[in-house]
Design a protein around this ligand. Structure first.
Ligand code: KG4
Ligand code: ZN
Length: 337
């Protein structure tokens, strides 16, 4: 079954063609980072307009690269939740129109489940149950996954998402947008112990990152957050390294605790922050020490893409979960996934 996937939940317009849920024939991602950089974050109105302009060429490019015509597609999968409502609506409306015009099945896909599925798509040997950690710009959540399409939430952030904290701290440090890669570059080669930040680790499997973010703000700009940023490059690197280390430690601790509490020896990590080299290194080392198998997808499938949406769409369709033309864009996440 060949599925065309469409993803427009935030600031990437993406389309992909995937066969049988796993063979990626094409994956096109048009990032809007250059449009949002001047604002230091994603501006919803700009994101929606850009999706409208780019969705058609991106879908055409995905079809061309896969050497398939629309008639050769068996179904259309589209991200319908969570995300910016106007951005989601562009993809959902486009996918519905295609499905209606071509008489193809349509399936709405949860973006977070898509990030979880990206790990499985890269490593089909992962079996269930497994613990899934999604660390992205909008979410930081742990799940007990029973299949590709069944995920019970174990915990989630009670304030900022990990990626959001990276983006905000990069802004405080004047490192630019998007913050994750900028922090990782600034931290490279610096001693993470030189500027240490307190880790907030709840007893539950939830997360909290706003305290670390505020601690960075006070450290850099003083207790009233008004002092001008007068850090040398080395000092900025040390703060970036200390912050990154604190966030990584919290993610590692909670993910392994989730494995322990559920008695699961498998851990899948997805979402944009899963690109982070220090997170990969520490998570792998700790997991190995505890006898837990741990998987991270290649970076292009950690950040937003439509291949994971097409891939998961295949499994939803096989489970009889096709959507009707009344499919709606839902900005907030579902509770169970
Ligand atoms: O999954 P994603 O592409 O979009 C959302 O669904 O949110 O994740 C984007 C987030 C951003 O916050 C970005 O700063 C973060 O992932 N990110 C990273 C790295 N690369 C991207 N965070 C830490 N280290 C990285 N190397
Ligand atoms: Zn995402």
């Amino acid at each position: 079954m060949i599925v065309l996937g469409i993803e427009t939940s935030c600031d990437e317009t993406a389309a992909a063609v995937v066969a049988d849920g796993r063979e990626v024939r094409s994956s096109v991602v048009r990032s809007q980072v250059d449009l949002h950089r001047a604002f230091g974050g994603v501006v919803p109105e700009i994101a929606c307009r850009a999706h409208i302009e780019t969705i058609l060429p991106v879908v055409e490019q995905a079809l061309a690269r896969a050497a398939v015509r629309l008639d050769g597609i068996d179904a259309v999968a589209v991200t319908c939740t969570p995300g910016l409502v106007g951005a989601l609506l562009v993809g959902v409306s486009f996918a519905k129109s295609l499905a209606l015009a071509k008489g193809k099945p349509l399936v709405g896909v949860d973006h977070l489940q898509g990030h979880i599925y990206a790990v499985r798509m890269a490593f089909p040997e992962i079996s269930y149950p497994c613990v899934s950690l999604v660390v992205s710009g909008g979410h930081t959540s742990l799940y007990h996954s029973r299949s590709e399409i069944e995920h019970d939430r174990l915990g989630a952030t009670t304030d900022d998402a990990a990626g959001e904290a990276f983006d905000k701290v990069a802004k405080i440090l004047g490192l630019g947008f998007p913050g994750g890669p900028a922090i990782e570059r600034a931290a490279a080669g610096r001693d993470p112990g030189r500027v240490a930040f307190k880790r907030t680790i709840p007893d539950s499997l939830d997360f909290s990152f706003s305290g670390i973010k505020t601690a960075v703000l006070y450290r850099v700009r003083g207790q009233d957050a008004r002092r001008p940023r007068l850090l040398t490059e080395e000092e900025r690197g040390d703060v970036a390294a200390g912050f990154q280390e604190a966030v990584v430690d919290v993610l590692v601790e909670q993910a392994l605790r989730a494995c322990g509490r559920t008695g699961t020896r498998r851990l899948a990590v997805g979402g944009g922050v899963a690109c982070n080299g220090r997170l990969r290194e520490k998570m792998r080392a700790r997991a190995a020490a505890e006898g837990i198998a741990c998987w991270f997808p290649p970076p292009i499938f950690c950040t937003d893409n439509a291949a994971m949406i097409a891939g998961l769409g295949y499994h939803l369709l096989r489970a009889g979960r096709a959507s009707g033309l009344d499919l709606d864009a839902v900005p907030t996440r579902f509770h169970r996934a």
